[in-house]
Design a protein around this ligand. Structure first.
Ligand SMILES: Cc1cc2nc3c(=O)[nH]c(=O)nc-3n(C[C@H](O)[C@H](O)[C@H](O)COP(=O)(O)OP(=O)(O)OC[C@H]3O[C@@H](n4cnc5c(N)ncnc54)[C@H](O)[C@@H]3O)c2cc1C
Length: 238
């Protein structure tokens, strides 16, 4: 429910108040003009976190938006997210205006089943909105010796994100519509090379890119495809 009358969100907040926690902004880093990494501190001991868990933030009286937890230290009481500041919209403005010591109430993180330890190979595709997911995946991919590739479509100003976030095995593509072209996607090494045929594909980010990539993989790949569009032109929240 990305948007609703204020009273609806007020009722929800009231009903969930026993489960909600207050967290405080403890560190802020602008990785580029449009990418902001935000660390929060608080008591996280009762909360469960998994790869790709996300939080619905109430970003205005009438709007709620989803952001992925990019890393968490439950014992130390900190969690981080990576927000794409894409312009004048409630989620983007809310994340942009957060300052050190601001307090935010959150409901428990929501899980999404992206990760299966038994799978040998992973291809993780997305855009700026998927950077948090990529960071949440990386430690398990390394620890459990998976073969993996990150494929990211990023605006020119964000092309250094892979190195800034220390994302290994990462190919950065210009955000120029290529991932809306089935013929172009068919030529990608992870689609062409036999060793990636059985890989699991995790597709997030722009809905149209995700849908096009998924259509190609449906005919070419034997692995599992997990797709979760994170945003769509002209649509508020997802
Ligand atoms: C499970 C899940 C996890 C997510 N995790 C993250 C995360 O970790 N970090 C993150 O930044 N985002 C994340 N998103 C995406 C984020 O929730 C959306 O981008 C959301 O639309 C932002 O809300 P908004 O109020 O800024 O824009 P909205 O009011 O929702 O959208 C207004 C318009 O802005 C445009 N728009 C929306 N998002 C973008 C964008 N990213 N780039 C360009 N144009 C856009 C669209 O045209 C839209 O019509 C996640 C989404 C989901 C579903």
């Amino acid at each position: 429910m990305p948007s609703a009358p204020k009273w609806v969100f007020d009722v929800f907040d009231h009903l969930l108040s026993a489960k909600s926690s207050s967290i405080e902004v403890s560190r802020i880093e602008y990785l580029s003009n449009t990418i902001k990494r935000i660390q929060f501190k608080g008591n996280l001991k009762k909360l469960n976190f998994g790869i790709g868990s996300f939080i619905d933030f109430r970003v205005s009286d009438t709007d709620s938006r989803r952001y992925t937890i990019s890393s968490v230290d439950t014992a130390g009481g900190t969690l981080e997210l990576i927000a794409h500041l894409h312009g004048e919209a409630p989620g983007s403005c809310f994340m942009d205006q957060l300052r050190i010591s601001d307090k935010v109430n959150i409901n428990p993180p929501r899980p999404y089943k992206y990760y299966d330890q038994t799978v040998e190979r992973y291809v993780i595709f997305g855009d700026e909105t998927s950077l948090g997911l990529a960071c949440s995946f990386l430690p398990s991919l390394e620890r459990n010796n998976h073969r993996f590739q990150f494929y990211l479509e990023l605006a020119e100003e964000n092309k250094d994100m892979a190195s800034l976030l220390q994302l290994k095995n990462c190919t950065v593509f210009e955000k120029n519509g290529s991932f809306r072209n089935e013929k172009w996607i068919e030529e990608l090494p992870v689609v062409q090379l036999p060793e990636w045929q059985q890989a699991n594909f995790v597709l997030t980010g722009n809905v149209r890119s995700v849908q096009t990539f998924r259509r190609v993989l449906k005919t070419r790949s034997k692995g599992k495809i997990v797709s979760h569009g994170y945003w769509l032109e002209g649509k508020k929240g997802l």
